[in-house]
Design a binder for this molecule. Sequence first.
Ligand SMILES: *[C@@H]1O[C@H](CO)[C@@H](O)[C@H](O)[C@H]1NC(C)=O
Ligand SMILES: *[C@@H]1O[C@H](CO)[C@@H](O)[C@H](O)[C@H]1NC(C)=O
Ligand SMILES: *[C@@H]1O[C@H](CO)[C@@H](O)[C@H](O)[C@H]1NC(C)=O
Ligand SMILES: *[C@@H]1O[C@H](CO)[C@@H](O)[C@H](O)[C@H]1NC(C)=O
Ligand SMILES: *[C@@H]1O[C@H](CO)[C@@H](O)[C@H](O)[C@H]1NC(C)=O
Length: 492
Amino acid sequence: MRSLSLIILPSLLYLLSTLTSVAAVTVDYKNYKTSKGDKLPNFSYAGYHASEKSLPASNSKVTKTLSPGSGDQTAAIQAALDSVWKAGGGVVALKAGKYAITPGLVIRNYTTLRGAGVGKTILNVKSLSGDVITIGDQTGKGKAIKTALITDSYIAAGTGTVHVVDASGFAVGQEVMVQRQVTKSWIAELGMNALVRSGKIQTWIKPGTLVQQPRKIASIHGKAISVDVPFTDSLIPAWSPQLVAYTPPSQPSEIGLESLSLTLSPSCSGRILSDTTCTANALLIGTWSTDSWIRDLALTGFNNFITVAYNASRITLSNIAMHRDGATDNGAGYALDVSLDGSQVLVENCSTQGAADSRSYSVATKALTPGPNAVLNYVHEQAVESIEPHMRWAHGLLVENQEGGALSLRNRATAGTGHGWTVNNAVGWNVNAKKLDIESPAGGQNYCFGCIGTPVSGNNGTYVSTCTHVEPKSLFAAQLADRGFDASKLGI
Ligand SMILES: *[C@@H]1O[C@H](CO)[C@@H](O)[C@H](O)[C@H]1NC(C)=O
Ligand SMILES: *[C@@H]1O[C@H](CO)[C@@H](O)[C@H](O)[C@H]1NC(C)=O
Ligand SMILES: *[C@@H]1O[C@H](CO)[C@@H](O)[C@H](O)[C@H]1NC(C)=O
Ligand SMILES: *[C@@H]1O[C@H](CO)[C@@H](O)[C@H](O)[C@H]1NC(C)=O
Ligand SMILES: *[C@@H]1O[C@H](CO)[C@@H](O)[C@H](O)[C@H]1NC(C)=O
């Protein structure tokens, strides 16, 4: 009996899986359009070098090697990193063993910090006076060099050309912001002018604030200017859309951090958010850092793990396990595992693990975070861990093959400090979550394709195929293939 069911059960499951794969809905993602013409964003530009290149080999030549020493090793590690950086870059390797460090390490241009593996090279921090390791050291600002009004009657998400009043002064290869203003009437249309919490009006976004999309000019034909990465938000004339060419400050790039464990003990995980001794990050990708990566890490004991700063771009975070090893304080809000302010960030094969009561926002975009950003294969151990844009109109986020936890693309209304509508043009793709909460803002849309889970009743986001996954299996890989790149060959 027993052996028979052992044979029959797997064959039944196999049969079922073939049946469901026959029934799978194929999404025509290239032509999928709203009535206004908004298309699905092209997310495949997220990641190191827009996912056109593999990450450098993790066994590349080592420039300098350090062994564990006694006492605080921060100065020794920083000195090794700086001497390698000053000599033009390279790899600083940390041999297996334990290293006591204090926050404040900075990895600069063209330099990699590499351990001997997770659980082998272990960096230990006792308290958080600041972010423990920062990728890049730029703090400057960009300089605008040319601004022109955009004249189109509608620029749809997923397209990539604008017409300007005057194209003189723009050149192929220039960095540009495609930007528009937040207006009072748009705020009202979204209902964001009526957020009242404890009798007080909450400000969602101030009128006049800019919604920006960082791009590069790919071609110019008369007054038609095309950009390298399709738009992740739409534009209408009432928002005074502009194209602004600018010179960024020097961008630290080709920086890596890999193959080690970083532990904060005593733990800050689950601490009440008002405890400012616990707010700093394990890792910060600094502003303007570009084409850099963090991979193969285990991080333990932090309350906020990783932040990618605004104007950082083309960053890959891969194979990072974040452990929440502390009990959650009573009444504590959720801290952030991965906080995204930057653009073209690829978060792949990362996970949040930990105590049964651990709660967090596992991946959260912030105010006005520009897309495209993509989260692939995220695994949550506990139910109250969500991938949830945090606040104030981010745009262009893909969440694909998420396992466990929750996916929330929605209006948070008065939550936080009037966090309101959090995201537009966000896409869930073949997600297996405990809870789904997908809503669409007026004039925009959020989607879930092949998302299996329990949707919140009354949700008005676009759900397509809620019982079975859709084809293609990976939107990211399919879009990358359309550009001529093979995700599996690139190690994505
Ligand atoms: C973006 O992705 C679409 C598929 O969704 C593809 O057809 C298109 O070529 C990509 N865009 C660019 C500019 O490569
Ligand atoms: C990002 O860079 C752009 C271009 O220089 C600038 O307009 C914008 O204010 C920067 N954003 C932040 C948050 O620094
Ligand atoms: C980083 O190093 C590269 C190669 O040596 C150099 O071209 C670039 O200017 C450097 N950038 C910064 C921010 O130092
Ligand atoms: C990420 O996980 C997927 C399966 O979920 C696997 O196919 C892929 O090789 C992994 N990528 C990396 C970089 O580990
Ligand atoms: C979807 O529902 C939310 C919440 O009820 C609402 O604020 C929003 O305006 C609705 N969206 C559309 C497009 O009607």
